[in-house]
Design a binder for this molecule. Structure first.
Ligand code: ADP
Ligand code: MG
Length: 331
């Protein structure tokens, strides 16, 4: 007998169902349904103004939707307007500008939400989070003296001290350098593995979205235009918008229907035998692990190509080859 797929899916700990929200008659979200299985990280990707923060505000119970409902562990959550306090004790939102107490230490900030618990528990939980977030060296430093990355990790640790069922991160990692990005990646991996933390995070950076999400949701003008695993969304985008939001795109014609990702294009300095395209290098960008070149093709299109070495110079003629199977069509 075939197994019913539905029964093997993990239970959702949180769900938004057919949620819509309008500001001054302008729709900000339209008919959004999102399910968060336990331990799952959902990345929300979308251009500025696409409704990402509105979605998190509604999930955090800071804002009421006009239509639709929110469920935690299958139980519908009451309207925000009917409650004494906004928010929900088991749902924690970390904003872009983290709300830390500047004159308090890292330890005091992290302990603040649980300050009324038993002192032994507060000490144990705070130590755990300091270690988890890699803040050992700055634990007694005042928040105002921290670097941006340390502030971000302190804010996340603070949101976690009360063991939320759902963590919401709204571009908490904008402007991160490489070191802080990898520290945050490690923190997230440990949160998933050790605490089974569930999370919805908002970003406009494709690398974060690909790296941290179990599944991705792409928003445009308040609507979900695509959802799936990062690989599905990256490899089979449904529109030019999704293709360009998830990475670099080389268009094969001017209609914006057929493209190839730069990592599938081979660049050479000598003219190869067999089919190829010819272009000229225009700009060079150092990307750390690789070099990225902007290249103007003979047919007037501009492409991006990657190389591990910096061995192409501006104005140099280059030859580009790719395999037809790596091209993608947008329907
Ligand atoms: P994002 O986070 O993706 O940039 P937002 O959710 O902040 O998007 O905004 C979605 C749309 O709703 C935008 O057009 C924005 O101008 C509008 N908007 C957001 N907040 C308000 C508000 N408090 N009042 C009126 N319009 C708003
Ligand atoms: Mg926003």
């Amino acid at each position: 007998m075939r197994e019913n797929k539905k029964t093997t899916q993990p239970l959702s700990i949180f769900e938004l169902k057919e949620v819509s929200k309008t500001y001054d008659q302008l729709p900000a979200l339209e008919n959004i349904t999102i399910r968060v299985p336990e331990g799952h990280w959902i990345g929300i990707l979308g251009e500025s103004g696409s409704g990402k923060s509105t979605l998190l505000q509604i999930a955090a119970r800071h804002l009421d939707a006009d239509k639709g409902a929110a469920f935690l562990h299958g139980k519908e959550l009451p309207h925000v307007g009917s409650q004494l306090l906004k928010g929900h004790p088991k749902i924690k939102l970390v904003h872009q500008e983290f709300h830390l107490f500047p004159g308090q230490t890292v330890r005091e900030n992290i302990a603040y939400p649980i300050r009324l618990e038993r002192p032994a528990y507060v000490a144990q939980r705070t130590n755990e989070l300091i270690e988890l977030a890699g803040l050992e060296e700055v634990r007694n430093q005042k928040a105002k003296t921290l670097s941006g990355g340390e502030k971000q990790r302190t804010a996340i640790a603070m949101a976690l001290s009360e063991l939320p069922d759902l963590l919401l991160l709204d571009e908490t990692f904008a402007h991160l350098d490489g070191l802080n990005r990898s520290r945050l990646t490690r923190l997230f991996q440990q949160l998933k593995a050790r605490e089974r933390q569930s999370c919805i995070f908002v970003t406009h950076a494709p690398t974060e979205a690909m790296d941290w999400a179990d599944s991705l949701i792409v928003l445009r003008k308040g609507k979900i235009v695509q959802s799936g695993t990062p690989i599905e969304v990256y490899d089979l985008p449904v529109s030019a918008y999704v293709a360009e939001l998830t990475g670099n795109v080389n268009w094969l014609d001017k209609t914006g229907r057929k493209f190839i990702r730069p990592e599938k294009v081979r660049v050479s300095r000598q003219e190869p035998v067999g089919p190829h395209m010819t272009g000229r290098i225009r700009h060079t960008h150092f990307r750390g692990l690789h070099w990225e070149y902007s290249c103007e093709l003979e047919n007037g299109l501009w492409w991006v190509v990657y190389r591990l070495r910096n061995d192409l110079k501006p104005d140099q003629t280059v030859y580009l080859r790719f395999s037809e199977k790596d091209t993608r069509h947008i329907k």
